[in-house]
Write a protein that binds this ligand. Structure first.
Ligand code: NAD
Ligand code: LYC
Length: 605
C-alpha cells in the first residue's frame, strides 16, 4: 500500500457510495463485540489494505463523474471570464462569487474531488476530514459568517451542529499550575473569561482588556461588507457608511497580537497561553500574528460559534461545487495545470490562459491560482522571471510547517460522553513551536455521529511537522518511521485519553509528503508564515499579482490560513476580478495610485 495513502484514496468519499466502498459489510462493525476497555479483548488494529485502494479507484471515477456534472471536458475554443486553478475552498469561493454575478467560470482541479485540504476520504465506514474539523464562519448573523454566505450566494445551505467548546487546552505543568494548565474555550464568552480568570486571578483586568481589544476588531469587521481591500471605490464606500468601524480597523492594521497582549498582561505563563491561542491556528506565536486575524478567530468562536457541518467538512466543498454548476460554472477534475500562459514581458506581461499536462490550452480574461505562491510562481510560471514583488515576498515570508496526521477509528467506550471535540496538548512550553511539539486532536463524531460507524468514534490527531524529516526515505523506512511517530503521539495522548492505543481499531497516517502529493502543496506547507515580525495584516499580499490578469487566492494571500480566511480571500478576489473585467464599478484612476500605496506599505512591512 502506498504509505502516503491517508489522503490518497479519497474518491469514494461521498456518503452515497458507502455500501460500495465499505471493504466489509457495514453490519460486521455493528456485530463487533465491544466491551469495556478494562475487561474485554480488543479488536485488532486495522490499517489500509490493497483491496481498499482498488475499490477506491473505481469509486473515485464515479464520484469524479458525478461531481463534474456532465463530465464532458471543456472545449479549447471556449473563452472564460476566469479560469480558476484549484478547487480548494479559496478557489471555490472565488468561482461561486463570480458565477453568482453572471461571470463565465471554469475551475480546473488536479484531484478527483473538490475541497483540497478541506476535503475528505472514506474508510471502513468513517468519513475522515483531511484537514482540521474546526469550522469558523458558519454563524447565522453579521457579515463575518463567510462560509454561510458563500453557500447562500449559490443557493445552498448546510445543517451544522453547534460545538459547546472551541478547544480544551491541556498545557504544561508549572509552579502555579502543578497539575498542568487546563482551560476550556467555551462557546459562551463570559464562561471562558471566568475559567481563564480562575486560573490567573491576578490578571483579571488584563484578560478582559486584551480580549476587549479583539472584540473591537471583530465588531468592526462584523458590520462591514467584506470585499476586496485593494479596491478603492469599495473601501471609500465602507468608510462613508461605517466611519468609526473603518477607523478602528485602520488604527489596528499594523498591529500584532503579541504586542497588544503585552500591553495588558504581565504574567509570563498567561502570555504563553496567548501564544498558544495564536499558534494553534496561525502556526506562529502571538508576536507574529496580525491582530486583525486574532480578532476574527477569538471572537467568531463566541459570536457565530464553532459549528460542525453534518456529514463532514468535505460536504462544504461538495455543496459549493454543486451550487457553482447550478449557476452555470464548470469544474473539471483530473485537470492538472502545468503552465500559466502569459504574453508580453516586464510590467506589460499579461496572463491569458493555462496549459494542462495533456497539452490542452484554455484561454480566459483572467487566471486565478488557488495553488500556493511557490507552486504558482516557481512551477506554473517557471519560465517567467520572478517578479520583484515575489522576490520580496520570499524574503519576508517562509513556508509554514505541514502536518503529521493520524486518522483513527476508536471504540466508543474509551471516551466519556462529556469529552470535548477539539483538544490542544503540550507538555513543555519550550517545545510549542518544535516539530511534533504541540498536538492537535479533533473527534468530530462526538458532534456528528454519522461520520463514524456505530459503536466507534473518529479521532484525528495531528501535529505540525516539516518535510525535511521525511525527505528521501526509502519506502520501508518511511513506513516504519510513520508507525514509530504515530505510536509516540498516541502514547502522549494516553495521558488525556487513557487506553487510546488499545482501543484503536483503524489507523492511517499522513506526513508532509502526503500533503505535498495529494494536495499539490510545495513541501506540504499550509501557506506563508512571516520570517520576521510582520507589520500586522499589511505584509501579506492581497489577490492581484505583478502579472496583469493573474490573481492568487487561498492561504498564500491575506488573511492567510483557515477555511474562513481563504473564503474571505475568495470574496476579495472575485470582487477585484469583477471590477477588472468591467462587471462591477470601480474608480480606474484611483486604482493605480491605491495599488502603489499598498505596495509602498508592503515594501516596508
Ligand atoms: N478548520 C479549518 O479552518 C481548516 C480545515 C481544512 C483546511 N483549512 C485551511 O484551508 C487552507 C487551504 O485552502 P486553499 O483554498 O488555500 O488551498 P487548498 O490547498 O485546500 O486547495 C488548493 C487546490 O488546488 C489544487 N491544485 C493545486 N495545484 C494545481 C494545479 N497545478 N492544477 C490543478 N489544480 C491544482 C489542489 O489539488 C487543491 O485542491 C489551509 O490554509 C488550511 O488552513 C482549514
Ligand atoms: C489600508 C487598508 C487596506 C484598510 C483600511 C482599514 C480597513 C477598512 C480594514 C479592513 C480590514 C478587513 C475587512 C479585514 C478582514 C479580515 C478577515 C475577514 C480576516 C479573517 C481571518 C480569519 C482567520 C485568520 C481564520 C483562521 C482560522 C484558522 C486558521 C483555523 C484553523 C484551525 C485549526 C488548525 C484547528 C485547530 C484544531 C484543534 C485545536 C484540534
Amino acid at each position: 500500500m502506498d504509505p502516503a495513502g491517508a489522503l490518497a484514496r479519497n474518491g469514494p468519499g461521498c456518503v452515497c457510495q458507502r455500501k460500495e466502498w465499505a471493504p466489509r459489510p457495514a453490519g460486521e462493525w455493528r456485530a463487533a463485540p465491544w466491551r469495556p476497555a478494562a475487561t474485554g479483548p480488543r479488536i485488532p488494529l486495522k490499517r489500509g489494505s490493497k483491496a481498499s485502494e482498488e475499490q477506491s479507484a473505481a469509486a473515485s471515477a464515479a464520484v469524479a463523474d458525478r461531481l463534474a456534472g456532465t463530465a464532458e471536458p471543456p472545449v479549447e475554443d471556449e473563452f472564460y471570464d476566469a479560469i480558476i486553478i484549484g478547487a480548494g475552498m479559496g478557489g471555490l469561493s472565488t468561482a461561486t462569487q463570480l458565477a453568482s454575478e453572471g461571470a463565465k467560470v471554469l475551475v480546473l482541479e488536479k484531484y478527483i474531488i473538490p475541497g483540497g485540504s478541506a476535503g475528505f476520504f472514506e474508510r471502513e465506514g468513517y468519513t475522515f476530514d483531511v484537514g482540521s474539523s474546526m469550522m469558523f464562519g458558519f454563524g447565522k448573523e453579521g457579515t463575518t459568517n463567510l462560509i454561510t454566505r458563500a453557500l447562500a450566494a449559490v443557493g445552498r445551505e448546510m445543517e451544522t451542529v453547534p460545538d459547546p467548546t472551541q478547544i480544551h487546552y491541556h498545557l504544561p505543568k508549572t509552579q502555579a499550575h502543578p497539575k498542568g494548565l487546563s482551560v476550556h474555550v467555551w462557546r459562551d464568552y463570559e464562561q471562558f473569561v471566568a475559567e481563564l480568570t480562575d486560573q490567573f486571578p491576578h490578571e483579571a483586568e488584563g484578560i478582559r482588556k486584551f480580549y476587549d481589544e479583539c472584540w473591537v476588531v471583530f465588531n468592526s469587521l462584523n458590520t462591514l461588507e467584506l470585499k476586496s481591500l485593494e479596491e478603492p471605490r469599495y473601501l471609500l464606500g465602507e468608510f462613508v457608511k461605517h466611519p468609526i468601524e473603518c477607523l478602528q480597523l485602520a488604527f489596528r492594521v499594523l498591529a500584532n497580537t503579541g504586542d497588544v497582549a503585552q500591553q495588558f498582561i504581565k504574567d509570563e505563563e498567561l502570555l504563553k497561553f496567548i501564544d498558544m491561542e495564536c499558534f494553534c491556528w496561525s502556526t506562529v506565536p502571538a508576536s507574529f500574528t496580525p491582530l486583525i486575524n486574532a480578532g476574527m478567530v477569538f471572537c467568531d468562536r463566541h459570536f457565530g460559534g464553532i459549528n460542525y457541518p453534518v456529514g463532514g467538512v468535505g460536504k462544504i466543498a461538495q455543496e459549493l461545487a454543486a451550487g457553482l454548476e447550478n449557476y452555470g460554472g464548470r469544474i473539471m477534475y483530473k485537470a492538472n495545470v502545468k503552465e500559466i500562459i502569459t504574453e508580453g514581458s516586464g510590467e506589460d506581461m499579461v496572463a491569458v490562459g493555462v496549459r494542462l499536462v495533456d497539452g490542452r490550452e484554455l484561454r480566459a480574461k483572467t487566471v486565478v491560482s488557488n495553488a500556493t505562491r511557490w507552486d504558482t510562481f516557481e512551477n506554473m510560471l517557471g519560465k517567467v522571471p520572478m517578479p520583484k514583488a515575489e522576490v520580496k515576498f520570499r524574503q519576508r515570508y517562509k513556508k509554514s510547517p505541514s502536518f503529521f496526521s493520524i486518522h483513527m477509528g476508536v471504540q466508543e467506550d474509551i471516551l466519556p460522553p462529556s469529552t470535548d471535540c477539539h483538544h490542544i496538548v503540550l507538555e513543555d512550553w519550550t517545545k510549542m513551536e518544535e516539530p511534533r511539539g504541540t498536538l492537535f486532536v479533533s473527534i468530530p463524531s462526538l458532534l456528528d455521529p454519522t461520520v463514524a460507524p456505530k459503536g466507534c468514534h473518529l479521532v484525528h490527531a495531528f501535529t505540525p511537522d516539516w518535510m525535511d524529516a521525511w525527505k528521501g526515505l526509502p519506502p520501508g523506512e518511511y513506513e516504519e518511521k510513520k508507525e514509530e511517530v504515530a505510536d509516540s503521539i498516541i502514547q502522549r495522548l494516553e495521558a488525556i485519553f487513557p487506553g487510546l492505543g488499545e482501543a484503536t481499531v483503524y489507523r492511517e497516517c499522513g506526513t508532509p509528503r502526503t500533503h505535498r502529493r495529494f494536495l499539490n502543496r510545495e513541501d506540504g506547507s499550509y501557506g506563508p508564515i512571516p520570517s520576521r515580525r510582520p507589520l500586522g495584516m499589511m505584509g501579506i499580499p492581497f489577490n492581484r499579482t505583478a502579472i496583469k490578469g493573474l490573481y492568487c487566492v487561498g492561504d498564500s494571500t491575506f488573511p492567510g490560513q483557515g477555511v474562513n480566511a481563504v473564503v474571505f480571500s475568495g470574496f476579495g478576489c472575485a470582487h477585484r476580478v469583477l471590477c477588472d473585467i468591467g462587471v462591477k464599478p470601480t474608480f480606474p484612476s484611483l486604482d493605480d495610485a491605491f495599488s502603489k500605496f499598498l505596495s509602498l506599505i508592503r515594501d516596508n512591512a
